[in-house]
Design a protein around this ligand. Structure first.
Ligand code: E4P
Length: 223
């Protein structure tokens, strides 16, 4: 399972990648807007830091404009994956860009039949938004299961990138289902490390060691 980080914040990306556990990054216009930096320069820097796929989203809504935008995004860095919204024009652009060898992440997917269309358009990734479905009382993870089943039935190479993740339970469910990628807000990634029994256990090990230090490591005590 690949972990992408769902942020455009370079400091978060540096911190997470320094752990050696991050395979890529996803951004969207809202995340980029928060950073208040020139777009191309920001995306280039993120690509250099992560050295893996970095999704950068088009903001046009008409296919020809999306294609033009997608081509210029792909020129920013070899790691750029062009993100297109799951609308008719977006899939039309996806087909053209994919045929040119540009990887496309089709975003804003909320139904299994939308995901089927994206796979047929040649998307490299499909991004179903689980948290936003949960927010309106649907089970976002049900959608992941349905897409995985459909893609498996027909051998589509499109990778299922679980997006709009809110907490580690989403990540656990995605992993149990065999999703290809989870894109994680920094907070959810960070939360995965924590367990009170780990902290308690480590504190006890270190306290026991300290107490027996003169016997088990006399050379350390002498020094
Ligand atoms: C995915 O690529 C999107 O950027 C993201 O996961 C959306 O998440 P949100 O619903 O928390 O905004």
């Amino acid at each position: 399972m690949k972990f992408f980080l769902d942020t455009a914040n370079v400091e978060e990306i540096r911190q997470a990648t320094s752990l050696g556990l991050i395979d890529g990054v996803t951004t969207n216009p809202s995340l980029v807007a928060k950073e208040g930096r020139p777009f191309d320069e920001l995306i280039h820097e993120i690509c250099e830091v992560v050295q893996g796929p970095v999704s950068a989203e088009v903001v046009s809504t008409e296919a020809n404009a999306m294609i033009k935008e997608g081509r210029s995004l792909a020129e920013i860095h070899e790691h750029v994956v062009v993100k297109c919204p799951l609308i008719r024009e977006g899939l039309k652009a996806t087909r053209v860009l994919a045929d040119e060898g540009i990887r496309v992440n089709v975003t804003l997917c909320f139904s299994p039949t939308q995901a089927l269309l994206a796979a047929k358009a040649g998307a490299a990734y499909i991004s179903p938004f689980v948290g936003r479905l949960d927010d309106i009382s649907y089970d976002g993870m049900d959608l992941i299961g349905q897409i995985l089943a459909i893609y498996q039935n027909y051998g589509f190479p499109t990778e299922v990138l679980v997006a709009s993740i809110r907490h580690p339970k989403h990540i656990l469910d995605a992993a149990l289902m065999g999703a290809d990628v989870a894109t994680l807000p920094y907070k959810a990634f960070d939360a995965m490390f924590n367990h009170p029994l780990t902290d308690k256990g480590l504190a006890a090990f270190l306290a026991d060691w300290e107490e027996a230090r003169e016997t088990v490591a006399p050379e350390a005590v002498e020094a």
